[in-house]
Design a binder for this molecule. Structure first.
Ligand code: SF4
Length: 105
């Protein structure tokens, strides 16, 4: 027999699993890589390789600046790819760069 308590326990378990599924690094690791031709990527000057950034368009860019040491990078230090809130559901390269770069504190 399902009591109200066991029903609610089951529902909360399902919710917990659903939330965990969204937040796991595994889900992030399976996200598609940002396409450099994507309009958002073009607008921000995003490149997978920071050394390929257009110097004429972004004169303040420095080769030491990359997603891997950007405040917004959601991967761990040294990760080849990771999330970025500017590209929801996609991954940016740890060696990438865009014009919204903010040096990690
Ligand atoms: Fe990379 Fe930072 Fe730009 Fe995101 S905001 S794409 S992590 S440089």
């Amino acid at each position: 027999m399902t009591t109200r308590r066991t029903f609610l326990r089951g529902v909360s378990g399902v919710v917990a699993i659903a939330v965990a599924g969204i937040e796991t690094p595994q889900a992030n690791a399976q996200a598609a890589k940002v396409d450099e031709a994507d309009p958002q990527a073009v607008a921000l000057g995003y490149r997978h390789d920071t050394t390929k950034v257009d110097k004429a368009k972004f004169p303040k860019h420095e080769a030491s600046q990359k997603c891997g040491n950007c405040q917004l990078f959601q991967g761990k230090a040294g990760d080849a790819w990771g999330g970025c809130p500017l590209f929801p559901g996609k991954q940016v390269s740890g060696n990438g760069w865009c014009s919204s770069y903010v040096k990690k504190a």
